[in-house]
Design a protein. Structure first.
Length: 202
């Protein structure tokens, strides 16, 4: 998986590559899909959600530019796979999932596999202010705009990697960075397709 799907597509960050080799992806997919765990595509995990394609996980991880000890917030825990990849890199991971069953299952799975990740069931649109500021934030579902509350929870020099675009269509993966002067700059990382960013009713 790593050689053919990730390194061959010019993912070059060594910590990202090492983490993708180390995390057992088959532990994060439903039993019916274990034989497809290392395929080059997303897979359903229930509740209308997916575990992202391995290359996209690697691309987003590399774009975050994290180092051991960094504090990172993930919006959209899903199966817990992205959080595990970050934890494998020595990052302090906080992750939020709006679907309670997925949040509970991911929390159990991550701790059984030895990953020390803080998991919260809640609406990720508001971030996790209690633990802000974050060195990086990764969003694994697509809103139709950039949530300002997430930008506000980045430390100076912090990075936000997020897909933005219309529901049911191709979106754009963006990497935003907050300068020391508070100015936000963005970089287009290409076209992607993610599940919609789910909000709490009301």
């Amino acid at each position: 998986m790593v050689d053919l799907q990730i390194v061959a597509r010019l993912i070059s960050d060594e910590p990202t590559i090492a983490a993708m080799r180390a995390v057992p992806r088959h532990e994060f997919v439903p039993a019916d899909y274990v034989d497809q765990a290392y395929n080059d595509n997303p897979l359903p995990i229930g509740h209308g959600q997916t575990i992202s394609q391995p290359y996209i996980v690697a691309l987003m991880t590399q774009a975050l530019g994290v180092a051991p000890g960094d504090k990172v917030l993930e919006i959209g825990t899903g199966s817990g796979y992205q959080a595990a990849v970050l934890a494998e890199m020595g990052v302090e991971v906080y992750t939020i999932e709006i679907i309670e069953a997925l949040a509970t299952a991911a929390d159990t799975r991550l701790h059984l596999l030895g990953y020390d990740v803080a998991t919260l069931h809640g609406d990720g649109y508001f971030g996790w202010e209690e633990h802000a500021p974050f060195d990086a934030i990764v969003v694994t579902a697509a809103p139709d705009h950039l949530p300002q509350l997430l930008v506000d929870q980045l430390a100076p020099g912090g990075r936000l990697v997020i897909p933005i675009g219309p529901i049911g269509a191709v979106q754009t993966l963006w990497r935003f960075e907050v300068g020391d002067d508070g100015e936000v700059t963005g970089e287009n990382l290409g076209a992607v397709r993610f599940v919609p960013f789910t909000r709490s009713e009301g």
